[in-house]
Design a protein around this ligand. Sequence first.
Ligand code: TYD
Ligand code: MG
Length: 488
Amino acid sequence: MIREFAGWTPYPRGTVAKRSTSFICQACGAVYQRWQGRCEACGEWNSIAEEATGEANAAPVAGGARLKKGRVIQLEGLAGTPMDAPRQPSGIAELDRVTGGGFVKGSVILLGGEPGIGKSTLLIQAAAAIARAGSRCVYISGEESAGQVRLRAQRLGLGDAPVELAAETHVEDILATLATGSPPRLVIIDSIQTMWTDAVEAAPGTVTQVRASAQGLIRFAKASGAAIILVGHVTKDGQIAGPRVVEHMVDAVMSFEGDAAHHFRILRAVKNRFGATDEIGVFEMGGAGLVEVPNPSALFLGARDASVSGTAVFAGMEGTRPLLVEIQALVTPTALGTPRRAVVGWDQSRLAMVLAVLEARGGVRLGQHDVYMNVAGGFRILEPAADLAVAAALVSSLADIPISPHAVVFGEISLSGLIRPVPQAAPRLKEAAKLGFSEALLPDGSAEAARQAGLKTRPALRIADLVAEIAGGPPRKPSSARVSHERE
Ligand code: TYD
Ligand code: MG
């Protein structure tokens, strides 16, 4: 990356500040001196655009610039009184869980998500809840007209909530408006990509504008104590384009995810200066907007056909909350020279690793088979604890022997073929027992936790034990079972 250096003073001695342009990657904000096809910093193609980077209001500096004498700032100790009532809960439990108990005074949150996923819907619901609780709440829409926002709010039954609404994109006007009257508790800026400020010359929507607009809004949040939520649209590969450059400036980054084909939506904290980052909130998009899902396991296991081979129920953890999801695998003889490996909802390279360990340490021959893997309901699993459930589903599909419908599976697989214990076994097993599961396929080290939760344990020490456990069951179609019981 080429950085701009002009000595240690802002401008070289004796020159006049001239209007300058730079070439800036619109995805990550890297600065270049000339155009190039690919950003070396983030690898994005065709993302570099020329932007005016001079400050419109900066006075020309002539005769050499020195650092101006600064004003003495007041230094404070750590012991003083913290902010009063630092958090404003929204009353939407799934949202408050992800923020860490409510919006912190003076904090700025970036909410990213694909267009149409439901960001505006979630935020108008949160704004209405906070306004109804008696706090001043302002919703600034840069994308929809005030009429459109009002129409949606009324359809959601929120027409009576005293939310202050405006359709505006000019940051200076927005800040002047927010500064009148009592300081708002919550301000929603939908979206940061539409905002522009006079402070910089670049065109609206460019990285320079997004960054400068965010800076202005963040300064207001810190000075006034208002919590601000900035909406940012993400590109299809999951990167918050443009707004990614403000990620480090904000206090929290949340992403709103989901699958167009499914109704549920997941709110994840990616960064949170005031709370945990592994919490998720689960919502269901319905005719009346987003509805909280307090028991997501029941939702993800809803339409499950436990009698078919190739499915395993993974007892996962999302932050402090256990979450049971079904993992589906389909293993079929390949018709092509190179077998296909397709995975939805899990890491492709993690699947390759599990396949390799199954082959090398479990004696399962998969080289001539296509492998398809899917996490039911469009959910995305990030934990390595899912290894064992994936392996179980694969073996079950290959052998065409269903796994017991009453069993949950979890455990991490090491390259040596050992099955390693995973953190938080107890809450995983407790959730499984609550949902009526009575058996657990798990690492040897977690057997005691399973007994305590009242589940019958089938601990496995090595991957070969798992293969024997599943493929050793009563086969439905013995002719199609291709699992050999090799042991090291
Ligand atoms: P929206 O909040 O506008 O998405 P974003 O702000 O992230 O771009 O959500 C729009 C989608 O949500 C749209 O496809 C319709 C759907 N939707 C419902 O299914 N039910 C509802 O009650 C609402 C308001 C939206
Ligand atoms: Mg929107």
